[in-house]
Design a protein. Structure first.
Length: 211
C-alpha cells in the first residue's frame, strides 16, 4: 500500500513539474511574441511619423488635413505594425514548437516549400499575363489620377503644365508596364490545347468504307 502511494506521489510530482515547465515555455513564447510586436510597431510608427512630418512640410494637401486625422494615420500604422509583428512571431513560434515533435526531416520541408513557392509564382505569373490589359489600364488611369491630384496641389506651375506632367508620368508608367508584359509573355510557357478527336483520327488507321 505504501509503495503504491509513493508511486502515485512520484507521478504527481512529475506531472506538476511538467506543467510548470509548460507554463514557463508558454510565458517565454508570449514574451517573444509581444517583443516582436512592439519592435515592429515602433519601426512602422517611427517611419510613418517621419513621413508625416515630411508631408507636413512639403505637401500642402497633407498640411490641410486636421491634426486628429494625422494622429489617426500614425496610430493606425503603429497598431498595424504591432499586430503584424505579433502575428508573424506567433506563427514562427508555433512552427518552431511543432518542429520539436515532428517526424518530417528539415530537408523534406525545404523541398515542399520550394515546390509550393514555384507553384505559387507560376500561378501568379499566369494570372498577371491573363489580365495584363486590365492591369495596364487600371495602372495607367490610377497613376494619371494620382499625378493630377499631386500637380493640382502645387501652386508654382500652370494648369496646362499640370495636365502635361500627369500625362507624361502615366505614359512612362504604361511603357514600363508594356515592357513588363513582354517579359511575362516571353517567360510564360504556352498552353497548347489538344483536340482528342483530331489526335485519334491521326493515330488510328483509316478503315475502308463499304459500298
Amino acid at each position: 500500500m505504501s509503495s503504491a502511494m509513493a508511486s502515485d506521489d512520484v507521478v504527481f510530482s512529475e506531472n506538476m513539474e511538467a506543467h510548470r515547465l509548460r507554463q514557463l515555455e508558454k510565458e517565454k513564447i508570449h514574451g517573444y511574441v509581444l517583443q516582436e510586436g512592439v519592435t515592429m510597431g515602433t519601426i512602422v510608427g517611427s517611419t510613418f511619423l517621419g513621413a508625416s512630418l515630411l508631408a507636413q512640410k512639403f505637401l500642402p494637401a497633407y498640411r490641410s488635413l486636421t491634426f486628429p486625422f494625422k494622429v489617426f494615420i500614425v496610430s493606425s500604422a503603429v497598431m498595424g505594425g504591432f499586430f503584424t509583428g505579433t502575428d508573424r512571431a506567433a506563427m514562427k513560434a508555433d512552427r518552431a514548437f511543432a518542429m520539436r515533435f515532428s517526424v518530417t526531416h528539415e530537408d523534406e520541408l525545404s523541398l515542399i516549400k520550394e515546390s509550393r513557392e514555384a507553384r505559387n509564382w507560376e500561378s501568379l505569373r499566369r494570372t498577371l499575363y491573363k489580365n495584363r490589359f486590365e492591369i495596364l489600364a487600371a495602372s495607367y488611369f490610377g497613376i494619371l489620377g494620382t499625378t493630377l491630384a499631386y500637380n493640382f496641389a502645387r501652386k508654382d506651375i500652370f494648369t496646362s503644365q499640370k495636365f502635361i506632367n500627369a500625362r507624361m508620368t502615366a505614359q512612362v508608367a504604361a511603357i514600363a508596364g508594356v515592357g513588363a508584359v513582354a517579359v511575362l509573355a516571353s517567360s510564360t510557357p504556352r498552353e497548347t490545347v489538344v483536340d482528342p478527336y483530331y489526335e485519334r483520327v491521326l493515330r488510328e488507321p483509316s478503315t475502308p468504307t463499304s459500298k
